[in-house]
Design a protein around this ligand. Structure first.
Ligand code: GRF
Length: 200
């Protein structure tokens, strides 16, 4: 399955997908796409000789209206948003219906929505005094964090002393769950049953 990974920062989930392919060999990362001109994830793309693209209206960038054409040209079959901070154009969401997923570092439908990204999420979870947090992988629709949930993993945070500690524990779970789910899609083992998403 030919995929594009959308990133905005560090790219550790991109790295986890690439690492997993030593074992799975089901996925080909055809492009790394960012809303930034440069970000640490591009260094990972560089290391693996993967084509990297910046979105926006600055010189050398691909315009958001050119994104559908770029994805077609690269023959992208599936999109993974791994820390991508911008909304994806509706045309792309429609075309990749049930073929575009996002990873969120908390248990949706709690602690999601606009502004809930990065440390904002973990700080809100810490402040709430919740005893579990976790990872959610969900389909992407027109609004932030509202698409159907595909997979979740809980993380015990009953003894944490800071939001940073939550982030660290959740990230570890992200690096396990995301490659697992992407591989399940590549194998055709994610299905809708009675309007629920099942991973077999
Ligand atoms: C991850 O916590 C992901 O869940 C969130 O943004 C972060 C991206 O981290 N959406 P990285 O760039 O993959 O290291």
């Amino acid at each position: 399955m030919k995929i594009a990974v959308f990133v905005s920062g560090r790219g550790s989930n991109l790295q986890a997908i690439l690492d997993s392919q030593k074992e799975y060999k089901t996925v080909e990362v055809k492009a790394v796409i960012s809303d930034k001109i440069s970000c640490p994830a591009f260094q990972i793309a560089d290391k693996y000789s993967l084509p990297a693209f910046s979105l926006g209206d600055k010189e050398g960038c691909t315009g958001y209206n050119e994104l559908p054409g770029l994805l077609s040209k690269l023959e992208i079959e599936f999109i993974v948003l791994a820390g991508f901070l911008k909304l994806i154009p509706n045309e792309v969401i429609k075309r990749y219906s049930k073929k575009i997923i996002n990873i969120h570092p908390a248990l949706l439908p709690s602690f999601g929505g606009k502004g809930m990204y990065g440390m904002n999420v973990h700080k809100a979870v810490f402040e709430s005094s919740a005893k579990v947090s976790g990872v959610t992988i969900h389909f992407v629709d027109e609004t932030y964090d509202t698409g159907k949930i595909i997979a979740q993993r809980c993380v015990d945070i009953s003894d944490v002393k800071s939001a940073e500690e939550i982030a660290e524990r959740v990230l570890k779970a992200e690096h396990e769950l995301l490659p697992y789910v992407v591989n399940k899609f590549a194998e055709g083992n994610v299905k809708f049953v009675d309007n629920r998403v099942m991973v077999f």
